[in-house]
Design a protein around this ligand. Structure first.
Ligand code: 13P
Ligand code: SF4
Length: 486
């Protein structure tokens, strides 16, 4: 069993038992799940009595939904759940037959699969009241593959009969634990109340945690959010993303309060170039036009002629007069891809995004073998050889447009894993698979709902840029915004 070095994923499991001491079986299964490596049981629903929906005549089930936070991969979690079923004496003799314990992975944040063994989100969860009713206690706003919330889906299965037999108060204690405060609905409501009171707008990048995306006024890619900040008349901008994003907003609207809920959320790619390095490169190419990816510090922007994002990089390169040399910083992958698309030669700074650079050609080959009907859509921060194999290369918001307008029904997505939540919410009728489950940006995940609430309450941390740097950086950002595009 392997755990990976990434933020724990939120998982909902369905537990059911109709043999032996049903309640004891469920409690034992829960204890064994909680004891798995790097796994915390964060909440559990009440227990419900339900008649079996299929199969031979048998006793009623006792059902419950458990909420976990785990760094186990979906497949390792499945193997562990099957081990627990075996340990509790489950025999797989009859399909739909009686069993001591049944454990189903209902939902694993940021992951979907239709493999016969590992069907996640669970394909029948929206038709079963014994799943929806307990799940609604824990996550009424969770968006299901159909695009409905759990609470909405529950309305359509009210004719199925079941009874609540116990309310386990343990859920409450766990949900307010220090590590994972999961009472999202209450925090969400308080954030929205405070945002209205303080005339704040909440912007969230597409890689943010689902609950942070859900509470935001606007979710989008770097270009969309930069435009949103520039056009906003709000007194306060709460920027849920990484530092350079809030800094770009502070460059554009210095008269407004720009707040970063997590000031430690930096971008390693942006930190791969500094003022000194860029000055030295400029000295070697004194007439070159400097194009800097928006994922850069204000100091680097101040030394640049124009900025770009992943949505408009090729267009920006095309706008540079043909007789001019171009320096592109800091992303060598985006620079190489945009240069090829624009038909221009560029001098590349050797920076890269650690999250996207780990995606390999072999990942694309594997994904095509496993999902032959799916199109592969990747972010241009992936290596050029990966981008060249893809059906489409898009910014994060470009991915949403592409998958919505395209006629395929399945896509393998090569970017930060948070994007799968955004896609499954915005394009609910299609299926999405991650190109690499390892593509997690730990910095994007530092912002939690609790930190957004604290930021609104305390109006901290304020992000500012010194006036001289700001003045110089503003030109590069504005020139990009004036170019238009989407
Ligand atoms: P976009 O959302 O602009 O595509 O950017 C991706 C990214 O890595 C931001 O840090
Ligand atoms: Fe930076 Fe990569 Fe994270 Fe984007 S995904 S913020 S480029 S480290």
């Amino acid at each position: 069993m392997s755990t990976v070095d990434r933020s724990p994923a939120l998982v909902y499991l369905g537990l059911g038992s109709n043999m032996g001491c049903r309640e004891a079986n469920i409690k034992r299964a829960r204890a064994l799940l909680a004891a798995l490596p790097d796994t915390t049981l964060t909440a559990q629903s009440s227990m419900y009595n339900t008649a079996p929906v299929c199969g031979p005549d048998q006793d009623d089930y006792l059902n419950q939904v458990a909420e976990l936070q785990t760094t186990l991969s979906p497949r390792d979690l499945l193997t562990a759940a099957q081990g627990i079923e075996n340990e509790l004496g489950r025999r797989r003799t009859v399909r739909w037959g009686p069993r001591t314990i049944d454990i189903d992975i209902l939902w694993y944040h940021g992951f979907s699969s239709t493999d016969a063994e590992l069907q996640v989100p669970h394909p029948r969860m929206e038709e079963r009241r014994f799943v929806l009713e307990p799940l609604a206690e824990l996550a009424p706003d969770l968006v299901l593959p159909s695009g409905r919330s759990v609470a909405e889906a529950l309305c359509s299965v009210q004719d199925q009969v079941m009874t609540r037999v116990s309310s386990e108060t343990g859920a409450i204690a766990l949900r307010t634990s220090k590590r994972f405060s999961m009472d999202y609905a209450a925090i969400h409501a308080e954030i929205r109340r405070l945002a209205a009171e303080k005339q704040a707008v909440i912007l969230a990048h597409n890689y943010q945690r689902p609950e942070v995306q859900d509470v935001a006024d606007v979710t989008g890619d770097s270009l969309g959010l930069t435009r949103e900040a520039a056009a906003s008349s709000a007194r306060m901008i709460v920027f849920c993303g990484v530092h350079f994003m809030a800094e770009t907003a502070a460059i554009l609207i210095p008269d407004r309060l720009v707040i970063a809920p997590e000031v430690q959320a930096g971008c390693p790619m942006a930190d791969m170039i500094d003022e000194r390095g860029l000055r030295a490169l400029k000295a070697e190419h004194p007439d070159a036009v400097v194009v800097s990816y928006i994922n850069s510090t204000a100091a680097v922007k101040a030394l640049s002629d124009i900025c770009c994002t992943s949505a408009n990089a090729a267009e920006v390169l095309r706008s540079v007069p043909a007789d001019k040399e171009i320096i592109f910083t800091p992303d060598r992958n985006l620079g190489a891809w945009a240069a090829k698309k624009a038909g221009r030669d560029v001098i590349l700074w050797p920076g890269f995004c650690p999250t996207h650079d780990l995606v390999e050609v072999a990942d694309v080959e594997r994904a095509r073998a496993v999902h032959p009907a799916a199109k592969v859509v990747v972010h241009p921060e992936c290596r050029l050889e990966v981008a060249e194999m893809a059906d489409a290369v898009e910014s994060t918001s470009g991915m949403i447009r592409y998958c919505r307008e395209d006629d395929a029904s399945e896509y393998v997505i090569g970017t930060e894993i948070g994007m799968l939540y955004r896609l499954s919410k915005d394009v609910p009728r299609k299926r999405f698979y991650p190109l690499s489950e390892m593509a997690v940006c730990p910095y994007m995940k530092l912002t939690t709902l609790e930190k957004v609430l604290r930021a609104l309450r305390t109006e901290e941390s304020v992000v500012t840029v010194d006036p001289e740097t700001r003045e110089k950086a503003l030109g590069a950002v504005q020139r990009m915004i004036e170019m238009g595009g989407r």
